[in-house]
Design a protein around this ligand. Structure first.
Ligand code: IFM
Length: 459
């Protein structure tokens, strides 16, 4: 029996980072302000038919002008960390060459304000918004992009590394290649079998080159952020098992194996066939740099079966009709978070891990008369995933922090504003921010260092 007088136990150490994550194009707005160069996303959203309802990031959450209020809001919620991304084109408008001091100054002020509020910044150098001028030169298909990226990264390191202690090179490179170059649903909107391996390889070379640049001038920690989705075989049939291995190689190991083990998974050659290039061995010397942490973005799992029609992996997800699904039709499966963290620890030598994104889009009911927004499904999602994260820590995973996706409702790429992931509601007409019940819940979790997760129900 628990002692009623004793406060419930903290589950997470004092050093644990409790934050939220956002990205530049999804929240900032003012994409061309103060000398910024247009991004591939600016171009994509202004191409008719690419984004639902014709939505754009022109205003988004107007964070470029309201950043002070947003930092105050994070502090009010008790967060001690914040993961944001830097728009490459604000800092280097053409992608290489000329630096734009006004763009750099925006992030400089943001970092100062975060620190003044006791919030540790984690900066991501690339979260999908590539300078359009680089897209004109082939974007991630151009091998020169590795040194363009490293040069841009150095400019940012020199300005901010005295205050930013956590750096991520790339966010979810798999999505860039799969959605941007294979299926064409995100920028730059290409649909090709030959391009994704080349884009992936250049993303990895760019990551490695930025890490090398960081080792020369940086003093803190740098890592890579990947989205991982555990693949569970739908049956023990050997076709399903082989399909599961292919799906896992394609999504989960394509980027981490080269970074940690210096080679691609064998399954990729099978998946891409003639489109799989022969890679120069020296590239893996660049890619296989020691990194200080892995950022894991986790949203859902996949129960995988062989599917001859599913191009090019020949594997697809088996629907789970009894499960809860989010508005993006992702199955809610908290146990998958623990599984994936333990898998990373076992396969890659138990590196420090941050959960750099985790969250859910659910339909939020209209604001209650007293101004609150109840989002019980999101509260439950966060509680169950944080419990799973804690269970993984107890089994030895070196988990250092958790960043909820997202602080604010924001521009959800090709979905436009139709999917709300925020723990804070944004009224896109007035730009008013209203914390949802999930924000209050997360705040209590932070204040009690996880003890709140023992409580049975919520908000
Ligand atoms: O909004 C995205 C984010 O940009 C990258 N990770 C997944 C989120 C939700 O889809």
């Amino acid at each position: 029996m628990a002692d009623a007088a004793k406060p419930p136990e903290s589950l997470f150490p004092d050093s644990f980072l409790w934050g939220s994550a956002t990205s530049a194009y999804q929240i900032e707005g003012s994409p061309l302000a103060d000398g910024a160069g247009a991004s591939n996303w600016h171009r994509f959203v202004h191409t008719p038919g690419r984004v639902r309802n014709g939505d754009t990031g022109d205003l988004a959450c107007d964070h470029y002008r309201r950043w002070r209020d947003d930092v105050t809001l994070m502090r009010a919620l008790g967060m001690n960390a914040y993961r944001f991304s830097i728009a490459w084109g604000r800092v280097v408008p053409d992608g290489f060459g000329r630096i734009n001091p006004a763009g750099l100054a925006f992030y400089d002020r943001l970092v100062d304000a975060l620190l003044e509020h006791g919030i540790s910044p984690m900066a991501t150098l690339h979260h999908w918004d590539l300078p359009a001028a680089l897209d004109d030169r082939g974007g991630w298909l151009n091998p020169d992009i590795a040194h363009w990226f490293a040069d841009y990264a150095q400019v940012v390191f020199r300005k901010l590394d005295d205050r930013v202690r956590l750096w991520a090179t790339l966010n979810e490179p798999w999505v860039v290649t799969d959605a941007g170059y294979l299926h064409g649903v995100l920028a730059p909107g290409h649909r090709s079998l030959h391009e994704p391996p080349i884009a992936a390889h250049n993303l990895l070379r760019a990551h490695g080159a930025a890490v090398q640049a960081y080792r020369a001038i940086g003093k803190h920690d740098i890592g890579l952020v990947v989205n991982l989705e555990p693949k569970y075989a739908a049956s023990q049939d050997e076709r399903d098992l082989a399909a599961t291995a292919r799906a896992d190689a394609y999504m989960n190991r394509q980027f981490l194996d080269p970074v940690f083990l210096g080679r691609y998974p064998d399954e990729l050659a099978e998946i891409f066939g003639d489109a799989w290039p022969h890679w120069p061995a020296k590239d893996f010397e660049t890619i296989n740099q020691a990194i200080d942490f892995i950022g894991v973005n986790y949203y859902t799992r996949n129960v995988t079966a062989a599917d001859a029609r599913a191009w090019p992996v020949h594997a697809s997800g088996v629907p789970q009709p009894r499960a809860t699904h989010t508005q993006t039709r992702w199955e809610v499966y908290p146990r998958g978070l623990a599984d994936v963290l333990e898998w990373v620890a076992a396969r890659y030598g138990n590196p420090p891990i941050y959960i750099t994104e985790n969250g859910a889009a659910f339909y939020d009911p209209p604001t209650a008369p007293e101004g609150g927004i109840d989002d019980p499904l999101r509260v439950e999602y966060l509680r169950d995933h944080l419990r799973a994260a804690h269970a993984a820590m107890q089994r030895g995973v070196d988990l250092r922090g958790y960043f909820v996706w997202s602080l604010l409702d924001n521009f959800e790429w090709a979905h436009g504003y139709s999917k709300r992931f925020g723990i804070v509601h944004v009224d896109y007409v007035t730009q008013q921010r209203t914390p949802k019940a999930s924000a209050r819940f997360y705040s209590r979790v932070i204040a009690t260092r996880g003890a709140e997760l023992h409580a049975h129900s919520g908000a």
